[in-house]
Design a protein around this ligand. Structure first.
Ligand code: 5GP
Length: 207
C-alpha cells in the first residue's frame, strides 16, 4: 500500500467548511474520500452511522483511546468526544485515495504536525463571529445553550488560523469553493512520497 495525501479542513462550527468538503468530494479528479470520525455525541438531523460519523458510546470511545487506535482525538465540547481512527486512514489509502478531514482546529493541527509533508491544512474563516451565530441559529439543529457553547469556542478557534498552511475567507461561497478546488489540486500535484504504511510514516514525519 502506498499512502496518499491528507487534506484537512478546520474551522469554527458554522463557518461553512462542511459545504466546502462536500463540494470537493464531488470532484472525481481529486480522488478524495471522507475520513469518517468517531464521536460520542448523538446523531443530528438525518445523519447516518458509518457515513457522517461512527456514532459510539463514551465507553467505546475510551476503549479506543486506551488501545491507541486514534491518530488524534479531542473532547471538542464537554462530554462530546471526537477522533480519527488510524484504521480510517488505512482504509482510505488501501482504496488508493487521498483522505479529506472535516475536524476541529486542534485535531487539524495535530494531523499536520504528525504528517507535515503530505498534509495540506486549510482554515476556513467566516466573515465574523456574529455571522457564525446567525448561521448556527438558521441551521436549527441545536439548542440555544449548545449554540452559545459553539460561539464561545469560535473566538479561541479563530486565533489558531495563522498556524494553518492556508486560510480561505468564506464570505462568498462560490469564491471559497473555487479557491478550495485550486488549493487541493495544487497540493495533490506535488510528488508523492515513498513511505509504505502509516506506522513508518508516523516515525518518519513525526518530530
Ligand atoms: P459537529 O458536532 O458539528 O459535527 O462537530 C463539532 C466539531 O468537531 C467540528 O469542528 C468538527 O469538525 C469536529 N470534528 C469532527 N470529527 C472530528 C475528529 O475526528 N477529530 C477532531 N479533533 N474534531 C472533529
Amino acid at each position: 500500500m502506498k499512502g496518499g495525501k491528507l487534506i484537512v479542513f478546520s474551522a469554527p462550527s458554522g463557518s461553512g467548511k462542511t459545504t466546502i468538503v462536500r463540494h470537493l468530494l464531488k470532484q472525481e479528479k481529486l480522488n478524495l474520500e471522507f475520513s469518517i470520525s468517531c464521536t460520542s455525541r448523538e446523531p443530528r438531523g438525518d445523519e447516518k452511522d458509518g457515513e457522517d460519523y461512527y456514532f459510539i458510546s463514551i465507553d467505546q470511545f475510551k476503549k479506543h483511546m486506551k488501545n491507541d487506535d486514534f491518530v488524534e482525538w479531542e473532547e471538542v465540547y464537554r462530554d462530546n468526544f471526537y477522533g480519527t481512527l488510524k484504521s480510517e486512514i488505512e482504509r482510505i489509502w488501501a482504496m488508493g485515495k487521498n483522505v479529506i478531514f472535516d475536524i476541529d482546529v486542534v485535531g487539524g493541527l495535530r494531523i499536520k504536525k504528525k504528517f507535515p509533508e503530505r498534509t495540506l491544512a486549510v482554515f476556513v474563516r467566516p466573515p465574523s463571529v456574529e455571522e457564525l451565530k446567525i448561521r448556527l441559529k438558521k441551521r436549527k439543529t441545536e439548542s440555544d445553550e449548545k449554540i452559545n457553547m459553539r460561539i464561545a469556542k469560535a473566538s479561541v478557534e479563530m486565533a489558531t488560523a495563522p498556524r494553518f498552511d492556508y486560510i480561505i475567507e468564506n464570505d462568498q461561497l462560490e469564491k471559497a469553493l473555487l479557491e478550495a478546488d485550486q488549493l487541493v489540486a495544487n497540493h495533490l500535484s506535488k510528488p508523492e512520497s515513498h513511505f509504505v504504511n502509516l506506522k513508518d510514516l508516523e516515525h518518519k514525519e513525526e518530530e
